[in-house]
Ligand binder design. Structure first.
Ligand code: URA
Length: 426
């Protein structure tokens, strides 16, 4: 089979595509010989008729091989990365990467920007004045060899076929296909080429995956395809019915990450970060990693690695600590006595995006100072009138709108979710 129309016919008729056909398709996307309308037809046929695991693996590898695959010196192993499917208040990467490096796991992390109502690691890092996320792959490799951790954005050399397919998926309503999500995420992670991949698959109102069944299917597919491609991998399915930690919004989340690194962070974000590092550590053969992580947070070694990374990437932590607060800060209080179960994750994500903390279009700028800051942990008994949190906004009108949206989403007197629903190892 050598023409793209044959490839499209096979998928249209719900038959299986060969590895060669999928390589031809992905290289044609990257070199422009497959047109956008042909790629869109492929996406819709794959969305409707599915891709089996061999096809998903072949598409993933073909998309990976449409660009550069980073080659690492063996002496740098174990190298690991974590991917989160996206949540609200999800600042885990900022702590996880230096914490893992402090226990001997090198983390070359390539992250994204905020998407829809979910935040992005790059936007958070860029709220540190001077922090440069646009390093070359050579600079990434040098920094990993030097300090064991580096956090950068996607470069044009990594999985270029994904960049094109991702924008077409958005325009063709084919984003939510599990094989396509898996190929998209993994093509970039496999191009980065770590030994170990850990996935934080978020499940709940603020997540891509709203049900445990869907989250489980995505988690299993990610782990299975990673293993088929030669990586060690596992996943945690974690709650995203309310935001993780106490803060949502770029500067507020970096401040919370610094608190976690100083061993003074909220219990849920600290525990989830340690659980994700522990997944990496199990694959890396490091024992007692939970205890080790707690020690590295308590003795400041994880913080030291973070400081080194910020300095290496041009960031100025003193300037970050001196940033002003948002111009308007409004208290949010309990309207009743009861067992407060927190705000809804989707409502907070949408409200923070509306405040200017997220984007509606790729070219939008984010306001680093705005957001939601929770005062009381979810699942606490509270009194009528008690302070529950604060909205940080650019002006009074925006603040009032966010206060109403967040307060209306409060949940009362329901059992709290566990932090981790399930662990997926195959
Ligand atoms: N992140 C990606 O990189 N791709 C997807 O399809 C979804 C999330």
């Amino acid at each position: 089979m050598d023409v793209i129309t044959d490839i499209l016919r096979v998928k249209r008729d719900s038959k299986s595509l060969s590895r060669d056909a999928l390589y031809k398709f992905a290289s044609g996307i990257a070199d422009g010989t497959v047109t956008d309308y042909q790629a869109s037809a492929f996406l819709m046929a794959s969305y409707i008729n599915g891709l089996n695991s061999q096809e998903t693996l072949a598409l993933t590898m073909a998309m990976r091989d449409s660009g550069t695959v980073v080659q690492w010196d063996k002496s740098l192993s174990p190298l690991a990365d974590k991917h989160s499917t996206g949540g609200v208040g999800d600042k885990m990467s900022l702590v996880l990467a230096p914490l893992a490096a402090s226990i001997g796991i090198r983390v070359p992390m390539i992250s994204g920007r905020g998407l829809g109502h979910t935040g992005g690691t790059l936007d958070k890092l860029e709220s540190i004045p001077g922090f440069n996320v646009n390093l070359t792959l050579e600079q990434l490799k040098a920094q990993i060899a030097d300090i064991g951790v580096c956090m950068i954005g996607q470069t044009d050399e990594l999985a270029p076929a994904d960049k094109i397919l991702y924008s077409l998926r958005d325009a063709t309503s084919t984003v939510t296909s599990i094989p396509l999500i898996c190929a998209s995420i993994l093509s970039k992670k496999l191009a980065e080429n770590p030994d170990i991949l850990v996935f934080d698959v978020k499940c709940g109102t603020g997540a891509f995956m709203q049900t445990l069944d869907d989250a489980r299917e995505l988690a299993r597919t990610l782990v299975q395809i990673s293993e088929m491609s030669g990586k060690k991998a596992s996943a945690l399915i974690t709650s995203m019915n309310h935001p993780i930690g106490f803060t949502t919004g770029n500067t507020l989340e970096v401040q919370e990450s610094l608190n976690i690194l100083r061993n003074k962070g909220p219990a849920d974000s600290t525990e989830l970060t340690i659980a994700l590092v522990t997944e990496m550590a199990v694959h890396a053969g490091i024992d007692n990693s939970g205890e080790l992580c707690r020690r590295k947070l308590a003795n400041g070694e994880a913080m030291e690695v973070f400081v080194k990374m910020v300095e290496a990437q041009g960031g100025d932590l003193a300037a970050f600590e001196a940033l002003p607060l948002a111009p308007v800060i409004v208290d949010v209080r309990a309207g009743r006595t009861g067992y407060w179960c927190g705000p809804d994750a989707f409502a907070v994500g949408k409200a923070v995006r509306k405040l200017g903390g997220g984007r509606y279009r790729v070219e939008d700028c984010v306001d680093p100072l705005v957001g939601w800051e929770q005062e009381v942990p979810c699942g606490s008994p509270v009194e009528d009138g008690q302070l529950l949190g604060r909205v940080h906004a650019a002006d009074r009108e925006a603040a009032a709108e966010a206060v109403a949206a967040i307060s209306n989403s409060f949940k009362w007197d329901v059992p709290s979710d566990p932090l981790i629903f399930e662990e997926i190892r195959l």
